[in-house]
Design a protein around this ligand. Structure first.
Ligand code: HEM
Length: 387
């Protein structure tokens, strides 16, 4: 943990402890009952799913006694029933109207929306025999694991990027932090490699993905726990996008902001309307600092950090495109509206958003690389200032 200039303190250790603590909780005494969910989903038994939901649902009085960790564990377990019912076209609140007040209170207590998020589904989901799933399939278990392996390293990288914002380019520490990010981010990429190897694209597109559909509460939709809720956009934000003017990407980031961990949200807000790292270093390299090799090393290391995003986004886009290529043809579907749903991710976006974000990432990498070559070009103004 570093001190002072930041208004927010985030500790990776405390987040890891929080994950373990919430995973171990079972405030609804649902450990056994929740294991029925995959079987009920296979049978499409919505009546039993509703009964199970009613069974585990805490009273308002109980919810008032919960702390934020118990509230989070309760939302996790209720969430498996919400997503399951929605997958079978049942809007939960239409069957259980008191759901709204209860989920609102649980959401308020946990500092998150009134339904389950990716955090509940993955890092707050217990392991082994207590693991909660919608289907119990290996594909789903691997999908959860692929996010779990990526999440903590991504959070560490974000915290390191914050530190980089305060580190002078002209110091060996800058390159050292970039190298740390580089090593950690390999784990994030590992998550994608695992999903590519272990999750069948057609099973994802035609089955798993529907458990992450939005549900209605408070007369609006709340998104389901898709991997799109990873704080990858916070990493982008600090590195290259806090001052990016692209409206589509700004809307994308703000759509998912409420669904990420409150600590990550604070980091996001801290850098809102501030220069990104790439813009900052480009401004510096563009005439404000004397050439030296240490700065050049720092700039090159930052460029390597940006390229990490490409190494994540290119294979991920491939997975997403492959999955959506496996969606059933509209003529094979009984409900034509399903076709529209099937071609969009859990956030309601098509895979075009992935191309768009990748293009923006590439533009920023090009901009940084141009700064680097100007910085070291022998016949530039910079070089003359060295003489
Ligand atoms: C079968 C596996 C997967 C498929 C088909 C898939 C598909 C998609 C789609 C269609 C989007 C667009 C947004 C939306 O959901 O509406 C998206 C976004 C995203 N997904 Fe996945 N995904 C998969 C696995 C993963 C995994 C394992 C991770 C992380 C370890 C991940 C991380 C992300 C992120 C960070 C975004 C936001 C866009 C970006 O930052 O580039 N996805 N995904």
């Amino acid at each position: 943990m570093h001190s002072a200039p930041f208004s927010v303190e985030v500790s990776v250790t405390s987040l890891a402890q929080e994950n373990e603590y919430i995973s171990n909780l079972d405030p609804l005494k649902a450990d056994q009952l929740i294991q029925k969910v995959p079987f009920l989903n296979l049978k499409k038994d919505t009546i039993e799913l509703v009964l199970l939901l009613v069974d585990i649902m805490p009273s308002m009085h109980e919810i008032h006694t919960f702390d934020k960790y118990q509230a989070s564990a309760a939302i996790r377990d209720i969430g498996f029933l919400l997503g399951s019912l929605k997958r079978h076209q049942v809007e939960p609140v239409n069957i259980i109207p008191e759901l709204e007040d209860k989920m609102n209170l649980l959401g308020d207590k946990s500092g998150l929306p009134p339904r389950d998020t990716l955090l509940h589904y993955t890092v707050w989901n217990p392991t082994d025999s207590r693991r909660r799933t919608y289907t119990g399939t290996q594909d789903e278990l691997y999908l959860i694991d692929s996010v779990v392996v990526a999440m903590a390293p991504l959070v560490k990288c974000i915290i390191l990027l914050r530190k980089l914002h305060l580190t002078p380019l002209n110091s060996p520490e800058f390159k050292a932090i970039c190298q740390e990010i580089f090593t950690l981010f390999e784990k994030v990429i590992e998550g994608i490699v695992m999903a590519r190897r272990k999750v069948s694209p057609s099973y994802f597109a035609n089955e798993l993905r529907f458990y992450f559909d939005p549900i209605t509460l408070n007369n609006r939709e709340y998104l389901g726990p898709g991997a799109v809720e990873m704080p990858m956009f916070v990493f982008d934000h600090l590195l290259w996008s806090s001052d990016c003017q692209d409206e589509e990407y700004r809307i994308f980031k703000e759509t998912y902001l409420p669904y990420i961990h409150p600590e990550m949200r604070k980091v996001y807000h801290e850098f809102e309307d501030k220069s990104s790292l790439v813009s900052k270093v480009c401004r510096l390299a563009d005439g404000q600092i004397e050439f030296n090799n240490m700065i050049l090393d720092s700039l090159k290391s930052l460029s390597s950090c940006c390229r990490l995003l490409k190494s994540f986004r290119m294979p991920h886009k491939k997975i997403a495109e492959e999955a959506y290529a496996h969606t059933k043809k509209p003529e094979l579907l009984s409900d034509k509206n399903e076709h529209i749903q099937r071609n969009h991710g859990s956030g309601g976006y098509s895979t075009d958003i992935l191309t768009h974000i990748l293009n923006l990432t590439n533009q920023k990498i090009e901009m940084l690389d141009l700064c680097i070559s100007n910085f070291q070009a022998p016949d530039s103004g910079r070089d003359m200032s060295r003489n």
